[in-house]
Design a binder for this molecule. Structure first.
Ligand code: KG4
Ligand code: ZN
Length: 351
């Protein structure tokens, strides 16, 4: 089945053509992140306006790059939530119009559940086996779910306040780094990690690891902001009110370590309890190299084997390929007239 995926939940405008849920024929992403970097975060109104400008050229390009004609597309898949309402509407209305005009079925897609399907986008590998445990770490959500089959999710934990991505974005701002904060912190942290002896990496424990010992699978990231703020106040030059570049790198490494430690620890606890056949990482924060390395290391110490999957970084962050893949394995078309957006959607459905 050939599916055209469309994704506009936040500041990326994306379209992709995917064959049988595994082979990417094209994957086009236009982002307005640079515009938001200037304001230090997303202004929803501006993001939606950019979506309107980009949506048709992006779909056009995805079709061209796929080498397929629109007549060959079997189905259209579109994100309907969660996300920013203005941005979501642009993708959904476009998808509805195309479904009507081209006479193609339309599959509404939950963006969070779809993130996990980036792990199916490798036609040279066998698909992940169920039961699977999936950790979705994005800009607005942090969820741990058990998957007994396609589309069958049981939520077992998540964040009580800020999402992991949000923690990266907000603390990056405190360090004077641009939006999105995750890649910026990661780059700064790399400078420190590359220069300092490995023993120093092991003692990165400046910031607290909230809830790490609690017997649940939940996280709390909002306290990190306060701790980082306090530290930056102490370390800032009294005259210039700026942090030295050395301190920025050290603090970035500490922030990254604090976030990665709690994500790995709680997820591994769930792995030990539920013994799934696969562990799947997904969402923008899963692009973080340190997090990926720490997961690999912890998994190598397990007494049983588990198939650990994490998509390449470019498929962790928002794109439409996994939207198409989700629709391929959860094929539930809805008549275009009945499709609507739901900005509050959770990973397991309606709130
Ligand atoms: O999944 P995603 O692309 O969009 C949402 O659905 O929210 O996730 C975006 C989040 C942002 O918070 C961004 O800072 C974070 O993913 N992110 C990263 C990295 N790349 C993106 N966080 C840490 N390290 C990265 N390399
Ligand atoms: Zn996302």
């Amino acid at each position: 089945m050939l599916i055209l995926g469309i994704e506009t939940s936040c500041d990326e405008t994306a379209a992709a053509v995917v064959e049988n849920g595994a082979k990417i024929l094209s994957n086009v992403v236009a982002t307005s992140a640079e515009m938001h970097a200037k304001t230090g975060g997303i202004i929803p109104e501006q993001a939606a306006r950019q979506q309107i400008k980009s949506i048709l050229p992006v779909i056009d390009e995805a079709l061209k790059k796929s080498g397929k004609r629109k007549a060959e597309i079997d189905t259209i898949a579109v994100t309907v939530g969660p996300g920013l309402i203005g941005s979501l509407l642009v993708g959904m209305e476009t998808a509805k119009a195309l479904s009507f005009l081209w006479g193609k079925p339309l599959v509404p897609v939950n963006h969070l559940a779809a993130h996990i399907y980036a792990n199916w986008l490798k036609d040279s590998l066998k698909p992940p086996k169920f039961p699977a445990l999936a950790l979705v770490v994005s800009g607005g959500h942090t969820d741990l779910v058990l998957m007994s089959d396609h589309g069958k999710f049981q939520w077992i934990g998540g964040t009580r306040d800020d999402a992991a991505g949000e923690a990266f974005d907000k603390t990056a701002r405190l360090l004077g780094l641009p939006y999105p904060g995750g890649p910026a912190i990661s780059n700064e942290a790399e400078k420190y990690l590359n220069q300092s002896p490995i023993a120093n990496h092991q003692s990165l424990s400046l910031f607290p690891r909230p809830m790490i010992d609690e017997k649940n699978y939940d996280w709390s990231f909002s306290g990190l902001k306060t701790s980082v703020l306090r530290k930056t106040e102490i370390l800032k030059n009294k005259k210039t009110k700026k942090l030295s570049s050395e301190n920025i790198s050290i603090l970035a490494a500490e922030i990254q370590e604090a976030i990665a430690d709690v994500l790995v620890e709680k997820t591994l606890r769930a792995v030990n309890k539920y013994r799934p056949r696969s562990l799947l990482l997904a969402g923008g924060v899963a692009a973080n190299q340190r997090l990926r390395d720490k997961f690999r290391l912890s998994i190598s110490h397990l007494s049983f084997s588990i198939d650990f999957r994490v998509p390449p970084p470019s498929l962790c962050t928002d794109n439409a390929a996994y939207i198409a893949t989700f629709a391929n394995f959860n094929y539930q078309p809805v008549l275009w007239k009945r499709v609507s957006v739901n900005p509050q959607l959770t990973i397991v459905g309606e709130r």
